[in-house]
Design a protein around this ligand. Structure first.
Ligand code: ZN
Length: 193
């Protein structure tokens, strides 16, 4: 698994709900946790590693030893949001870019657990921010889409640089064309959505 960077089209893709929880999915989740730890992340959404599924993993401590802080969200829905907070945010798909994002402080979220049960959490602060950031990914929304015009201007050059790298990799055939990428996502969807 490799974390894909902006402006890869999969980051704009609206992920589809998962219909089948099986060993294949458990393997995907284990690999997502490993990839998240390897890249020093605290959350990772399936489309960041090229999978079109409504699924993300989180460990707010970022510490692989702290298994009790690992959470899996399958088909998450944020039922309620309240309050407001402003914090510096980064994203594994936007390497070395950070910006302040305003988000609700408290959330109520419902999702499916690995055993198929419906799970319900109330989060505040940092975990609430991670859950919102990752759920946004599943809707094809990046944290840069949540920035003020001023904040966006401040990171404009870094974004342009990522676009240049992406275009160059695509030209050299390291990344498939957008049509091929979408076709592959549709095939993956057929397997478990
Ligand atoms: Zn992210």
């Amino acid at each position: 698994m490799k974390v894909l960077s902006y402006p890869h089209p999969v980051l704009k893709y609206k992920c589809k709900p998962i219909q089948k929880i099986d060993q294949g999915l458990r393997d995907i989740i284990a690999e997502m946790f490993q990839t998240m730890y390897d890249t020093q992340g605290v959350g990772l959404a399936a489309n960041q590693v090229g999978l079109p599924y409504r699924l993300f993993v989180m460990n707010p401590s970022g510490d692989p030893e702290k298994k009790e802080e690992e959470y899996v969200f399958i088909n998450p829905i944020i039922l309620q949001k309240s309050g407001k907070s402003k914090e510096n945010e980064g994203c594994l798909s936007f390497p070395d870019i950070h910006a302040e994002v305003i988000r609700p402080e408290f959330i109520d979220v419902e999702s499916i657990a690995l055993n198929g049960d419906l799970q319900h959490f109330q989060w505040a602060g940092y975990p609430a921010r991670i859950v919102q950031h990752e759920t946004d990914h599943l809707d094809g929304i990046g944290f840069i889409d949540r920035l003020s015009q001023t904040a966006l201007l401040e990171i404009k050059e870094e974004l342009e640089e990522l676009k240049t790298v992406f275009a160059s990799n695509q030209r050299r055939g390291f990344i498939p064309s957008e049509t091929e990428i979408i076709q592959e996502l549709k095939e993956l969807e057929r397997l478990r959505c």
